[in-house]
Design a protein around this ligand. Structure first.
Ligand code: PMP
Length: 377
């Protein structure tokens, strides 16, 4: 057997050869869309703080007050001693916001997905997920032990075909999709997908990580999970569902039961962000409006959310454009396989209420210059 280090180096060499090696780059975030790398100021278009709430004075004050009063950490699993009342207050507000009976807060969105699917499906059951679903939906599906199939991205007819063939041979079936896809920014045809799922007696779990606070119209699924870390500017995850489902999760979602509760400060920040978000419709409308300003200027398909992909194709070419944009003063992340399918490396541009129109126009012009597109006001 190789030594551990030889094993790691061989793997790293292979990743390097495929432009797949990842490296951490220390990045300071400032207020609004400000960022800094290696001491250089940048305008960030790589942040999921879609409403700019992570730096809102009231959100910061709520977190500070919670830290000062209750300490930095929860101190235990929520079922033991870590269930601070602020988590219950946040859950009540989340459920109300989503029009659901109840909600449960998890340590992160990733942990939520890791716990929800295995608590609902197991051996002998079926999980069918959109082929572009986030890594944590895949992780939950695989962990469940159910048979896992995909349907073509945003294709209700293909979902129907998969369920027609496989549903009869399984006790329970769960359909997984996202309201807004994290790397493409497009929205799922939820009404149609929910209809198909119902026709085949399947439950549906929708990941609303990139929807809440930005894209809120459209039908609701019986299971809606999401994160507190994007438009809500904090950290943590949640599930909104009926009271019995939430009660079941409280006992059976292992990523809820066997992990430390969310720090009260994260919950307090998210709760304050939710209050602000509900009170300020103009703030909620801004990321999508800015994204559409960008796509119009570049002649790209109209943005459907705060996330806009600029497809490049080759992984190294995407990295090179991202580096050139950084030299121009913009932080725009290149997304490569395996996060996205091979040959579809891209720039992922994320818009925030904190951006100014002039910053969006300047980015569009810089992208146009680097990709050979036209940019027109
Ligand atoms: N679902 C989707 C679609 C996501 O994009 C993300 C975060 N990148 C998550 C879940 C995980 O959420 P969290 O960051 O809170 O773990």
């Amino acid at each position: 057997m190789d030594s551990l280090d030889t094993f790691a180096r061989t793997k790293l060499d292979a990743l390097e050869a495929g432009s797949l090696r990842r490296r951490l780059t220390p990045t300071e975030r400032g207020t609004g869309a400000a960022a800094a790398r290696r001491g250089r100021a940048l305008v960030s278009f790589s942040c999921n703080d879609y409403l700019g709430l992570s730096h809102h004075p009231r959100v910061i004050a709520a977190a500070q007050e919670a830290v000062a009063t209750y300490g930095a950490g929860a101190g235990g699993s929520r079922l033991v001693t870590g269930d601070h009342p602020v988590l219950g207050a946040l859950e009540a507000r989340l459920a109300q916001h989503k029009g659901a009976e109840a909600a449960l807060v998890f340590g992160s969105g990733y942990l939520a997905n890791l716990g929800i699917t295995p608590a609902l499906a197991g051996r002998g059951d079926l999980v069918v997920l959109d082929e572009l679903s986030h890594a944590c939906m895949w992780a939950g599906a695989r962990l469940s032990g159910a048979k896992v199939l995909t349907f073509r991205h945003n294709d209700p007819a293909d979902l129907a075909a998969k369920l027609a063939e496989h549903r009869p041979h399984h006790a329970r079936a769960l359909v997984l999709t996202e309201r807004v896809f994290s790397m493409d920014g497009d929205r799922a045809p939820l009404g149609d997908l929910l209809g198909v799922a119902e026709d085949f007696d399947a439950w549906t779990l929708v990941d609303d990580a990139h929807g809440i606070g930005v894209v809120e119209d459209g039908p609701r699924a019986p299971l809606e999970m999401g994160t507190l870390s994007k438009a809500l500017g904090s950290y943590g995850g949640y599930l909104c569902a009926s009271r019995p489902v939430i009660d079941l999760m409280t006992s059976r979602a292992r990523s809820f039961v066997y992990t430390t509760g969310l720090p009260p400060s994260s919950a307090a920040a998210a709760l304050e962000a939710l209050v602000i978000l509900e009170a300020e419709p103009a703030r909620r409308a801004r990321p999508l409006a800015l994204a559409r300003r960008f796509t119009a200027r570049l002649g790209l398909p109209e943005a459907e959310s705060a996330v806009v992909p600029v497809l490049v194709g080759d992984a190294q070419a995407a990295l090179d454009i991202s580096a050139a944009l950084e030299a121009d003063g913009f932080l725009v992340v290149a997304i490569r396989p395996p996060t996205v399918p091979a040959g579809t490396a891209r720039l992922r541009v994320a818009f925030s209420a904190a951006h100014a129109e002039a910053q969006v126009d300047a980015l569009a012009d810089a992208v146009a210059a680097l990709t050979g597109r036209a940019s027109r006001p």
